[in-house]
Structures are given as C-alpha cells and as structure tokens.
Ligand binder design. Structure first.
Ligand SMILES: [Zn+2]
Length: 202
C-alpha cells in the first residue's frame, strides 16, 4: 500500500512539475528530461490544461534548447539578467559555484529548483513582460555554468554581486551591477581600511 502511495505521490509531483514547466513555455524535450514523462503525455497535458483556455497566452515551443551562450551577454542589460538568474540559482540551492555542481536529489527536484529560481528571476524583472531570458535560456545557462567551458560565475570585488563572465571573450567585462551604480572601493581596499574601534572608546 505504501509503495502505491509513494508511486502516486511521485506521479503527482511529475505531473505538477510538467504543468509548471509548460506554463513557463519550456520545450517538450526539457520537460521530458526533468519529469521523465513521455512526449505524448506532455502533449496531452498541454491539450487538457492550456490549449483550449480562453485567451491562452502559453505557447508550445519546439526544437532544441538554445546553446549560443553569447546572447546571454550581448548587452549590459542581458548581462544583468543573466547575473540575476545565476544569483537565483545559487540562492535557491540549484547551483554550487565552488564545485560547479547542479544540485537536486533527483531530476524532478532539479526541475523544481529551476522553476523556483526562474520565478524568482521573473519577480525581480517585472514578470514575463520584463524578462529577457526564457526558462530555456535559464536551463542552458545552468548547463553552461556547470560545464565551465565558456561561462563562469564570479563574485564582483566591488559590490559582491554575482555576475556571469564569458571566458572566451577578450573584451573587458565590467560587473553589470556596478555599471548601474557608482563604483565603490574594492573588497581588498575595504578590508585594508576597516578599523576596529577600541572596546573602551567613548
Ligand atoms: Zn559589481
């Protein structure tokens, strides 16, 4: 009985994650990878829950997940969005910047953390209307950060914010957060000038 309950809960969790990913317009291949559901099942979920809804704003995206990483970083605005996403990956326990490991007890758990991080990103950029990066770009960004071949997650010396660096670019890449705020002293300068007040100072 217990194993039947567990199976039901697992099935329910896969179903709910698939609906959440469809709502974010993830591609069928990505949903399959994260939920283990078949393409046919995903198609039927979309048909049952989204397709015939009046004013349905959710589109089904086909084809491959984007792999051209340069578009993450083509403008300062894109770099700020990539930085917010990457920071949400770290804050949500999806990505460990020290080991470059993608976290999750299972693909399902990874998928859930991806949705939470993406929803955090959306909330910080005014919802879907203000978001430059789709959930497919988020998934591709995560894969790129994990492989470490082209992109790296770094912490700015000045503002301590995360930002994504293009490892193949020869151009200087200023932290996107510092670009919109006046630069302050670097971490090393702050450390060297910080003075501890004597305990008995008045
Ligand atoms: Zn900075």
């Amino acid at each position: 009985m217990r194993s039947t309950d567990d199976r039901y809960r697992s099935e329910q969790a896969r179903h709910e994650l698939a609906l959440r990913l469809i709502g974010h317009e993830a591609r069928t291949g990505t949903i399959r990878q994260l939920t283990g559901l078949s393409d046919d099942r995903i198609r039927r979920l979309y048909g049952s829950y989204f397709k015939h809804q009046p004013g349905n704003p959710v589109r089904r995206r086909r084809g491959r997940t984007p792999s051209q990483v340069a578009s993450f970083l083509k403008t300062p605005r894109h770099r700020r969005h990539a930085a917010t996403l990457a920071a949400a990956f770290v804050a949500g326990g999806l990505f460990d910047p020290d080991t470059r490991a993608v976290r999750g007890d299972s693909q399902l758990d990874t998928g859930l953390r991806l949705c939470l991080a993406y929803e955090r990103y959306l909330s910080l950029h005014g919802g879907r209307a203000g978001a430059l990066l789709t959930i497919e770009w988020a998934w591709a960004l995560l894969g790129n950060l994990q492989s470490g071949d082209e992109l790296a997650l770094e912490v700015c010396d000045v503002c301590d914010a995360h930002h994504v660096r293009d490892l193949l670019s020869l151009e200087s890449q200023q932290c996107p957060t510092c670009l919109v705020a006046p630069p302050g002293p670097t971490r090393a300068q702050r450390d060297s000038t910080s003075v501890t007040a004597p305990a008995n100072a008045r």
